[in-house]
Design a protein. Structure first.
Length: 340
C-alpha cells in the first residue's frame, strides 16, 4: 500500500535533530507534485519547517520530521514497519500525507500540513512556526497515542547542571577537588525533591538522562555535568524555585527548556487517553485549538525496537480524514452563528 512505501521512504531519510534538511526537501518535492502549495520556513542554518496548504487552512495536520539518534533503516514484516521514526513520527507523517491526498481527491479544501524540525530537543521549529500563524482554528498534532485522542499531556522541564573542581594526581586527592563528587552529592539531593501529582496527568517524574565528566581514571576530575528531565504536571514555577534554592551556590545550572503540561478537549466518538510525553503543541498556541492523535505506541519510541503496526497506520488515515472533516464543520457552524 502507498502508506507503507511512503513510511519506509521517510524512515530511510536520516533526519536526526539538526540534520532535517534532506527530509524537508523530500517533503517539499513530494507535496508539490500532489498540487499542494508548499513553502519552507527557515528555522536555523540548513533547517526548515515545511508548510503546505490546500486553500486557506481552517484545520492543520502537523507532526515533526526530526528523530532521536541513532539512525536505523526501515524494515518490515507482515504486521509492523520498523526503523528510527517508525512511530515517532515518520509513520504518522505518512498517514497524514495520505489522508491529505484522500481529502484533496474528495474535494475537501481549506486545510494545511505543518511539518516541524527540532521537536526532540527544544521545539525550535514549533516556536518559529508560531510566529507565522495561517489563521487556522484547529491543529491536529501527530504523536504515538495508539490512535487514541489524548486529552492531556505532561510538560517538560529540562535542567542542565555543571560542577567545577580542581585537577590533581589521583594518588594525592587532597591536592585536588573532585567535580564528580560534587555532582553526585547534588544529584542525590535532587532525587529527594518531592514532585507534585495531578488528578488527570498523574505524578511528575524525574530522569537523570546524561552524566559526563572527568579526564582519566588517575586524575581528580575538574569538571562534571548532568542533564535532567522532569515531566511536569501542574506548571513549573514552584518546582523551579525549590530546585534553585537546592542548587544555589553548589554548582552552575540552567533551565534550558520549560514546556507546560497541556489539557485538551475531548471529542465525542473517539477513544481517549492521557499521555506522559511532551509535544510541540504548547509552542503552537497561535495555530488553533489543539488535538493530539497518532498511530503507534510511545513505549517503543526511542528504542532499538521502534515500530508501528501497519493496521494502525491504515486506521490513522481514516481518523485524520474524519477529524479534518468534523473540525471544519465545527468551524463553519461557529462562523455561521456569528454571521447570523
Amino acid at each position: 500500500m502507498e502508506i507503507f512505501e511512503l513510511a519506509k521512504a521517510l524512515i530511510n531519510i536520516e533526519s536526526v535533530t539538526g540534520h532535517e534538511r534532506a527530509c524537508a526537501e523530500f517533503l517539499r518535492g513530494y507535496l508539490v507534485a500532489r498540487n499542494f502549495q508548499v513553502e519552507l520556513q527557515p528555522v536555523s542554518r540548513d533547517r526548515s519547517n515545511v508548510f503546505a496548504n490546500a486553500g486557506k487552512p481552517d484545520v492543520v495536520l502537523s507532526t515533526h520530521i526530526d528523530t532521536v539518534p541513532p539512525f536505523l533503516l526501515a524494515r518490515e514484516d507482515d504486521e509492523f514497519i520498523y526503523g528510527r521514526g517508525a512511530c515517532d513520527a515518520k509513520g504518522i507523517l505518512a498517514a497524514q500525507i495520505v489522508a491529505a491526498e484522500r481529502l484533496m481527491s474528495e474535494g475537501v479544501t481549506d486545510f494545511g500540513l505543518l511539518y516541524l524540525v527540532g521537536e526532540e530537543t527544544t521545539s525550535d521549529g514549533a516556536r518559529e512556526a508560531n510566529l507565522h500563524p495561517p489563521g487556522s482554528r484547529y491543529i491536529i498534532n501527530g504523536e504515538p497515542t495508539e490512535n487514541k485522542l489524548a486529552v492531556g499531556s505532561k510538560g517538560n522541564l529540562r535542567l542542565d547542571i555543571r560542577c567545577k573542581g580542581k585537577m590533581a594526581h589521583s594518588a594525592y586527592p587532597h591536592l585536588g577537588e573532585s567535580a564528580i563528587d560534587k555532582l553526585l552529592d547534588v544529584l542525590v539531593d535532587l532525587r529527594k525533591v518531592a514532585l507534585p501529582h495531578d488528578p488527570l496527568l498523574g505524578p511528575a517524574t524525574l530522569n537523570i538522562g546524561v552524566i559526563s565528566g572527568g579526564r582519566a581514571a588517575n586524575v581528580v576530575p575538574d569538571q562534571a555535568a548532568a542533564q535532567i528531565l522532569i515531566r511536569t504536571v501542574n506548571g513549573s514555577d514552584e518546582l523551579r524555585r525549590r530546585i534553585s534554592e537546592l542548587l544555589g551556590g553548589r554548582c552552575e545550572f540552567e533551565f534550558v527548556r520549560d514546556t507546560p503540561p497541556l489539557r485538551m478537549e475531548k471529542l465525542d466518538g473517539y477513544e481517549s487517553d492521557v499521555v506522559s510525553f511532551t509535544t510541540d503543541l504548547p509552542a503552537l498556541t497561535r495555530w488553533g485549538r489543539p488535538v493530539l492523535l497518532g498511530p503507534g505506541s510511545i513505549l517503543v519510541a526511542h528504542t532499538e525496537h521502534e515500530c508501528v503496526p501497519k493496521a494502525e497506520l491504515v486506521k490513522a488515515v481514516d481518523l485524520y480524514c474524519r477529524l479534518v472533516r468534523e473540525l471544519k464543520k465545527t468551524v463553519e457552524s461557529r462562523e455561521s452563528k456569528v454571521e447570523s
